[in-house]
Design a protein around this ligand. Structure first.
Ligand code: SPV
Ligand code: MG
Length: 432
């Protein structure tokens, strides 16, 4: 009996996939490669169903003989391993970003005498279009919340962008950079104490209360689907922190990050230029313990942020604190630095990953901004947060526009820096 291979994510089984399976079965035994979360995440948002559930659905479709995992977006690795007599694919991959994968598959098939079968793409159905109908499902608190852990488990690095307003969040929700080996997107949002405070014209000293912060998050959640990490400063006193955990968890926030400082908190990027006090390590660990006991959903994460390098307490202090916080139940560690060079956070990452390979490590490369996300991933980081960039971008543009109008006494000269009114009207569905 001859064999034929096809790969699919199988998040939605529609008649287009059934057509391909039926057609494939006329050539021989159908082996289906079910794409792993990691493979899908290189190009598309994570599927709604887990890998195990998608595999189970495929195994129960008439005509499917065997289901294997396809761990890469590129089918050619499985072709090399399985050497099927045929591979089947819709003819839509002859153009666009899939062409080089088609070439890779052709090369492998040719190497052992396999054959490619292409069938016309089923035009009236698209999994991507169907997935848009599931927008509201993705945006539900529990679905959104659990995405962060799944992304950390599937991606080499999770890219998080600061969102201080719904419109800034929408920009990150939709931003994409398409390259050959992946489609790069932001995976979620950072609710920053700095940019939330700045948006309100207030200093970053824990002056905004939780109601204000959660109102902003609620507004962001109204129009987006991606997971959110909140910067909760010191977390407040432990008796208050447990209530904050409860509230954030219930609204579908994925993670809270608290920093080990006490007293009047100032922004970390000041370092020791202003008076800032690091919290007692054991008291902070107790706060983490109480927070973990207070959460309801197993998906909610409490991430401990170590300020030892910011406050020049040294690497050993950072390491001891890291160990203590992990022992107290922290689901992740954020190591912060305000150096121009990433050397100290890379050194910390080496220690941390050798001791706790499964505890996610978070980086905020605001001052050491030459390092790429890929380099951070290679050094062991799991999450990178761009903590203030959209706020800084919008401030600069607004300031230049305001002073430009004063300078020229009219708006004509600054017009080319602005989004047109026509575009604004098209930007938000439902405006017209
Ligand atoms: C924030 O974005 O508010 C942060 C990161 O806490 S930093 O400003 O670098 O301290
Ligand atoms: Mg902050």
């Amino acid at each position: 009996m001859k064999t034929i291979y096809l790969g699919t994510s199988a998040d939605f089984i529609h008649h287009g996939i059934i057509n391909i399976i039926e057609h494939a079965a006329s050539y021989g035994e159908v082996i289906v490669g079910c794409l792993s979360d990691a493979a899908i995440s290189e190009f598309k948002p994570l599927p709604i169903l887990s890998f195990e559930h998608r595999k189970k659905v495929l195994e129960n479709i008439k005509g499917v003989s065997k289901v294997v995992a396809q761990e890469d977006w590129d089918y050619s690795f499985n072709l090399k391993a399985l050497k099927p007599n045929f591979m089947i694919h819709g003819d839509d991959w002859r153009e666009g970003h899939m062409t080089h994968i088609r070439n890779n598959c052709m090369e492998v098939l040719n190497s052992y005498g396999g054959k490619l079968i292409e069938i016309p793409y089923t035009l009236d159905v698209s999994a991507s279009l169907l997935s848009r109908d599931l927008y509201s499902y993705r945006a539900s608190p529990s679905q959104r919340q659990k995405l962060l852990r799944r992304l950390i488990d599937s991606k080499k690095i999770v890219r998080i962008m600061e969102a201080h307003s719904p419109i800034s969040a929408l920009i990150s929700e939709n931003a994409v950079y398409e390259c050959d080996d992946s489609h790069r997107r932001f995976d979620g949002f950072w609710s920053s104490s700095l940019t939330d405070s700045t948006e309100m014209g207030k200093p970053d000293i824990e002056v905004l209360d939780l109601s204000h912060r959660t109102k902003n998050i609620g507004d962001i959640f109204d129009v987006t689907t991606k997971p959110l990490i909140i910067d909760l400063d010191t977390g407040g006193i432990p008796e208050h922190f447990v209530h904050s955990v409860n509230r954030l968890d219930r609204m579908g926030v994925s993670a809270v990050i608290i920093e080990d400082k006490t007293g009047l908190k100032k922004n970390s990027l000041f370092g020791n230029d202003v008076a800032q006090t690091q919290a007692d390590m054991n008291e902070f660990a107790e706060k983490i313990r109480l927070g973990k006991a207070a959460q309801i959903s197993p998906d909610f994460m409490i991430i401990a942020r170590i300020e030892s390098l910011i406050l020049e307490k040294g690497m050993e202090d950072a390491r001891v604190r890291g160990r203590t916080y992990v022992k107290a139940g922290a689901d992740g560690i954020m190591i912060h630095s305000r150096q121009k060079s990433p050397a100290e956070v890379l050194e910390f990452a080496k220690f941390h990953k050798s001791e706790f390979p499964n505890i996610p490590l978070v980086c905020v490369p605001s001052s050491f901004n030459e390092i790429t996300a890929k380099e951070l991933a290679d050094a062991g980081f799991d999450v990178v947060i761009y903590a203030n960039h959209l706020m800084r971008a919008s401030y600069k543009a607004m300031h230049e526009t305001a002073t430009g109008i004063l300078e020229y006494d009219r708006s004509w000269e600054v017009e080319d820096k602005l989004i047109s009114i026509k575009e604004i009207l098209k930007l938000i569905p439902g405006t017209e």
